[in-house]
Design a protein around this ligand. Structure first.
Ligand SMILES: [Zn+2]
Length: 333
C-alpha cells in the first residue's frame, strides 16, 4: 500500500518497478573505475502484507537462482499480491561479467562470507553492507538463492538456519519445506561460523528474521526444470506467507533432511577420478575417488567418512593438496 522505496527504486501500490541499488564508486578501491551497483526489482502489491527479499547471483555460475528470482517477479500479479516482493537477481555483477566462480574478482573474496558487510571495506563488503542496510533491514523474510558454482555438481536442497529462537526457526523450517526441493538441511548457528563475516542466513541471526538458502542447479548451467523448481519454490513460500491468494502446495513427501555433512579432501596433487556422482548413496569406508600421478599410478584413495548421499562434487579432473573433492550428507527423516 502506498509507495515503497529500496535503493533508487520506488514502486507504487500495484506496480512492478526496476532500477539499481547504488553501492558506491570503484575508483578508491581498485584499478577499475565507475559506479558499483546491483540490479533491483520491486513488485509492490495492491494489498497489504509482508515483504520478502530474494537474493541471487552471489556466485557467478549459479544461473538457476538468478533466472528464478527474475521469473518470480514477472509471474506475480501486483494487483493480487499482498505485500512486497523485492529481488536482487545479481548480487555479484563483477563475478557475473568475469564468469569466475566463488569470488568477486575486484577483491578476490567470496561475497557470501562478508555479511553483513562494511561500508568502508572491499567491493564485496560494501555490496553486502548496502544490501543489508537498504533492503534486508526493511523486509520481513529472506530467500538467498544458491546452487553449485561453475566447478560443482550439486544435489538440490534448501537450508534453514536454527537461531535458537523457536518461533523464527519454525517459520524458517516451514519456508524451507514449502520451497519444495527434495531435501532440507537445518543449519545450526554453531556450525562453524559466527553471524558476522559469514553467509546471509547466518547473519540473519542478528536481525532475528526468518531466512532460507536454496541450493539448486549447478555447473554454470541453467537447466529449465531446475529453474522451474526454484521459481515454484519462491512462489510457494509466498503462498505460505499469504502474499499470494492461493494456498501453498504441501511439501513433497517424502522430504528428507541432510542431518550431517562431511567433506572429502584430497591431500595430493594429480588427476582426480571420482567413482560416485551427486545423488549417489555411499557407505562409510567406500572408496569414492582416487588421485593418480601423471604416470597413471594411484597415489591416494579417498573414502566416504560416513553413510549418506553425495550432495556436492567438484568435477574437475585435477586436484591439489587440501582441495575439496566432494561432500557427503547423512540423510534422515
Ligand atoms: Zn552460491
Amino acid at each position: 500500500m502506498g509507495t515503497v522505496q529500496f535503493g533508487g527504486v520506488k514502486a507504487e501500490s500495484g506496480q512492478r518497478a526496476t532500477g539499481k541499488l547504488v553501492v558506491g564508486e570503484l575508483d578508491q578501491l581498485s584499478f577499475a573505475r565507475g559506479q558499483i551497483d546491483v540490479p533491483l526489482i520491486v513488485v509492490h502489491g495492491a494489498k497489504p502484507g509482508p515483504s520478502l527479499l530474494v537474493l541471487a547471483g552471489c556466485h557467478a555460475g549459479e544461473y538457476v537462482g538468478m533466472e528464478a528470482a527474475i521469473a518470480a517477479t514477472r509471474r506475480v500479479d501486483p494487483q493480487t499480491l499482498a505485500g512486497t516482493l523485492v529481488a536482487i537477481p545479481v548480487v555479484n555483477p563483477h563475478g557475473f561479467a568475469a564468469k569466475v566462480p566463488y569470488i568477486n574478482p575486484l577483491d578476490n573474496l567470496n561475497i557470501n562470507r562478508q555479511w553483513p558487510g562494511d561500508s568502508g571495506g572491499t567491493v564485496g563488503q560494501r555490496i553486502t553492507y548496502a544490501i543489508w542496510h537498504e533492503v534486508i533491514a526493511k523486509v520481513d523474510y529472506l530467500i538467498d538463492m544458491h546452487g553449485g558454482d561453475f566447478p560443482e555438481d550439486q544435489a538440490d536442497y534448501t537450508i534453514c538456519i536454527q537461531t535458537g529462537d523457536e518461533t523464527i526457526d519454525a517459520i524458517s523450517e516451514d519456508m524451507a519445506r514449502h520451497f519444495g526441493l527434495p531435501y532440507i538441511r537445518r543449519s545450526p548457528p554453531s556450525e562453524g561460523r559466527a553471524p558476522t563475516g559469514s553467509s546471509s542466513r547466518m547473519a540473519m541471526q542478528l536481525l532475528k528474521k526468518p531466512s532460507i538458502t536454496s541450493e539448486a542447479g549447478d555447473a554454470g548451467r541453467c537447466d529449465p526444470q531446475r529453474m522451474e523448481a526454484d521459481t515454484f519454490g519462491i512462489l510457494n513460500v509466498m503462498r505460505l506467507l499469504k502474499m499470494l491468494p492461493e494456498p501453498p502446495a504441501p511439501p513433497p513427501s517424502p522430504q528428507l533432511a541432510i542431518v550431517d555433512r562431511k567433506t572429502v579432501f584430497a591431500s595430493t596433487h594429480g588427476l582426480c577420478r571420482a567413482h560416485v556422482a551427486v545423488w549417489d548413496a555411499v557407505k562409510a569406508g567406500q572408496v569414492v575417488a582416487e588421485v593418480a600421478n601423471f604416470y597413471g599410478d594411484v597415489i591416494e584413495t579417498l573414502s566416504a567418512p560416513i553413510d549418506g548421499m553425495v550432495v556436492q562434487r567438484f568435477f574437475q579432473g585435477a586436484t591439489n593438496p587440501g582441495n575439496i573433492v566432494m561432500k557427503i550428507g547423512a540423510i534422515a527423516d
